[in-house]
Design a protein around this ligand. Structure first.
Ligand SMILES: [Zn+2]
Length: 247
């Protein structure tokens, strides 16, 4: 299983401890690039710094996570516009209907972010927990061309619309055990799947890191009944194309 080339398309590297070691382990398992997603202004700043420090390996996405919205007014927008050309995507952004934050506020901010992504022709990295349909309606309604519904585990009916519009979903380590996530992956062609870890999110109580992408690869290969090398090369190709990465 050597010579794999993998891309972790969604990691919160700003929250990972002992980053140099973590990145070394990532390289050891064949990860050739990582997209570091931002969650708020502080995290976006850090993501840009990391992309400078690990140029050609860590690529920045700038975002405004619904979980972080409470602490911000609209100051994120100016920051985003000022730095957007340095980013490969807008994310992590989206809606989360399992948090108490006012839905109108979430919908308003997410719509603005989709408009910005569209006007700069950047792909969106979307969090849509329990808000799958509304997230899709916004992206579709505003005519965004490129998007990935990260860690998708919603209804298959909404998934079909996501795929019909040309959007992607991502596979996470939850592909090992989450029935909803596995069902989504089973119903999505390989040409529309990206791999990610969402590090350092905990899976089964253990903090994840990009090298866990090998687990995602194995789980997806098992779901698809395809050789891991074929899954690696297809998903890496997808990531290179969607984010326009130049390694
Ligand atoms: Zn995330």
């Amino acid at each position: 299983m050597d010579k794999l080339s993998l891309i972790d398309t969604h990691a919160h590297l700003d929250e990972v401890s002992d980053l140099p070691m973590v990145l070394e382990r990532a390289r050891d398992v064949g990860i050739i690039a990582i997209i570091a997603v931002g969650s708020d202004i502080v995290s976006n700043r850090r993501v840009l710094e990391l992309a400078e420090a690990y140029r050609g390996y860590v690529f920045p996405a700038l975002g405004m996570h619904p979980w972080g919205l409470e602490n911000h007014n609209n100051d994120w927008e100016e920051f985003l516009r000022k730095n957007i050309e340095r980013s490969v995507a807008i994310g992590e952004v989206g809606l989360d209907y399992r948090i108490p934050l006012n839905r109108d506020r979430q919908l308003h901010v997410f719509s603005r972010l989709v408009e910005i992504a569209k006007s700069y022709d950047k792909p969106l990295i979307i969090h849509s927990r329990a808000a799958w349909k509304d997230a899709l309606e916004i992206v579709k309604g505003l005519g965004a061309k490129k998007a990935v519904f990260h860690w998708y585990s919603g209804p298959v009916k909404v998934l079909r619309d996501i795929l019909a519009l040309g959007y992607f979903i991502s596979a996470t380590p939850a592909a090992e055990y989450s029935q909803g996530h596995r069902r989504a992956l089973r119903n999505t062609p390989l040409e529309r799947i990206l791999l990610e870890t969402d590090s350092p999110v905990r899976y089964r109580g253990i903090e994840s890191e990009p090298s866990d992408l090998r687990r995602v690869l194995s789980a997806l290969a098992e779901i698809k009944g395809i050789d891991a090398f074929a899954v690696a090369s297809a998903t890496t190709e997808n990531a290179l194309r969607l984010f326009g990465l130049r390694l």
